[in-house]
Design a protein around this ligand. Sequence first.
Ligand code: HEC
Ligand code: HEC
Ligand code: HEC
Ligand code: HEC
Ligand code: HEC
Length: 452
Amino acid sequence: MKKGLVCLLIVLMSSCGGRFTGLSGVVIDEGGTPVSGAVVRVQTTEVTTLSDEDGQFVLTDLPLGEEFFVTAWSPGFFIVGAEARPGDKKIVIELHSHAAEDNPDYDWLPSEFHPGAGEDQGCAACHSNVGSKDSTMLPVDEWLLDAHSQSAQNPRFISMYNGTDVNGNQSPPTRFGTSQDYGSFPLPPDLSKPYFGPGYKLDFPNTDGNCAACHTPAASVNEPYSIDPTKVTGVAAEGVPCDFCHKIWDVKLDPITQMPRPNMPGVLSYEFRRPPEGHQFFAGPLDDVAPGEDTFSPIQQESAYCAPCHQAVFWDTVIYNSYGEWLESDYRDEETGQTCQDCHMPSGLADHFALAEEGGLVRDPKTISSHKMLGVMDTEFMQEAVTMTTKADLSGEEINLEVEIFNDNTGHHIPTDSPLRHMILWVQVSDSLGNQLEQLDGPTIPDWGGNW
Ligand code: HEC
Ligand code: HEC
Ligand code: HEC
Ligand code: HEC
Ligand code: HEC
């Protein structure tokens, strides 16, 4: 029936517009069974359709050109493509399914370049512009500037894990008291001895904790409770590596709260698809990428993707909460809101994401997201985060000054996430000659806010 309809459509089109100038064909699986509902696309364009219940598709309104590459994707399969010329009616695209399970024996591939290492050469071999004529920042070049590539080395993290200062001087182990009612409880540090700040290892010298589940996740996936993040090596020491993020398949959130479950941080709330021996698996946001074993994964463009590492509650205390704050805001609205990726991985900065000589295609910049993960290191991004308004009323010799900060451009609270983050409002008032005016009344920055 449907086949007949498609033919009729093609006949009709040929009779109105002459020769059929579209593309048509069928999507099948490796056993030859038609795949319905597959997304079929002229690669890198918006010319797209879904295969019908017989796996058939017709693409019309083609862009100018003599040769095209038509790709198809359906859930559970890798993306596959086929060459085609306008007027082709018998394109056959055979999809291959990817493993439906994770493989814990998989060895992570490095992000950085390791020449001569075969498959282990690293993503940078194709996704970095270093050593090539290309001047566009590719994903690895951006990621190296982003905190995710530094999370295993970050001295503030390491010092807080070990309870040291940045020079490695360690505070004495935490002292514990006991109470008949509550059992053992930590006592404040003895400040008559040298003290270099708190640390996980001071409180719990005999366990490794779960810090690694987010800060060095590649090491933590198989052993979430027994990784000392300061001792990891190889790909794990790359922080949050490329391969890790592109093997994420799903997030395991509490269906009622829609948040990660308490005490299930990072890797504990993710599902992965590490491929079996002899195969690869890259999940990405595009459904028309076909150099190898790549697939499309809608979750890559959802805020929930970031949730397990950016929302965490320990012992009933909320520590990290960017995701929870976003979930409570209007930014979560699917129509009018914005996702974490929309703001932190903006699109439009590049027209390709892999080196041309390695198969990188020129694409619409709208479809390519930046891996800069804009944050506190980016002045422009920070300056646009809020709007500040000032109102001054002159009354006699005095000025009443009101400064208001309005969070109109940030998808969560300011500051957010790490509880070490603070925002300090420093107001300086001077007259037309540049003389500083003295503050007579109103709030001041407390001593612990630093020396201003
Ligand atoms: C913290 C997780 C994370 C890390 C680390 C990461 N990616 Fe991504 N990547 C994403 C997400 C999420 C998207 C999709 C963003 C969107 O479309 O909104 C993406 C998109 C992509 C794309 C599709 C094209 C584009 O830029 O939109 C490529 C290619 C890619 N990443 C490669 C890499 C490589 C190579 C690295 C290592 C340098 C890397 N990624 C590191 C999360 C990550
Ligand atoms: C495996 C856990 C993990 C995932 C997944 C993850 N992050 Fe992060 N993210 C971290 C850690 C850990 C840090 C802090 C690193 C540090 O400061 O040492 C961080 C830092 C950041 C920063 C600060 C960046 C900077 O350069 O200052 C931003 C912004 C951010 N993440 C956004 C995101 C977004 C958006 C996503 C989802 C697309 C995401 N993260 C996914 C763990 C993760
Ligand atoms: C749920 C995932 C998760 C876990 C578990 C986790 N962290 Fe973090 N950590 C993050 C994220 C995300 C950031 C970045 C937040 C930001 O930039 O505001 C961060 C930031 C930090 C920072 C601030 C870094 C900086 O440069 O400002 C320190 C210090 C830190 N974490 C220490 C720890 C320690 C110690 C542990 C274990 C006791 C731990 N974290 C466990 C996700 C996690
Ligand atoms: C030999 C070259 C090469 C290497 C090495 C390589 N890639 Fe790619 N990758 C490509 C090309 C080519 C594309 C597609 C480019 C296009 O279609 O514009 C691609 C596409 C992708 C995509 C997009 C998938 C989608 O459907 O959105 C992701 C994600 C990705 N690569 C991640 C990685 C990661 C992670 C690594 C390292 C572990 C890596 N790649 C190593 C060449 C490479
Ligand atoms: C509407 C845009 C917007 C959305 C949506 C958004 N953010 Fe942010 N984010 C910002 C801005 C602007 C800042 C800088 C101001 C601040 O520190 O709060 C920021 C700061 C951060 C920081 C601290 C920056 C740093 O360098 O450590 C983290 C972590 C972060 N966001 C994570 C997320 C996550 C995770 C999501 C999704 C749940 C998200 N953001 C959604 C705009 C956004």
